[in-house]
Design a protein around this ligand. Structure first.
Ligand SMILES: [Zn+2]
Length: 52
């Protein structure tokens, strides 16, 4: 607690949906809302493929 930025790492960059917790060690997740593929990098989540 006390770090308001930490949960931002769990928001989809494309649609701001809260991402589901990924499997431990997973490097990417697919957004349940917009279908974007999101890479979980050291800089935070990055959309690598956006679904139209
Ligand atoms: Zn999304």
């Amino acid at each position: 607690m006390g770090d308001p930025a930490c949960w931002l790492d769990q928001l989809c960059p494309a649609c701001a949906a809260m991402l589901e917790a990924s499997e431990a060690g997973a490097l990417s997740v697919i957004c349940w809302r917009c279908g974007a593929t999101i890479h979980l990098g050291d800089q935070g989540p990055v959309v690598t493929r956006r679904q139209d």
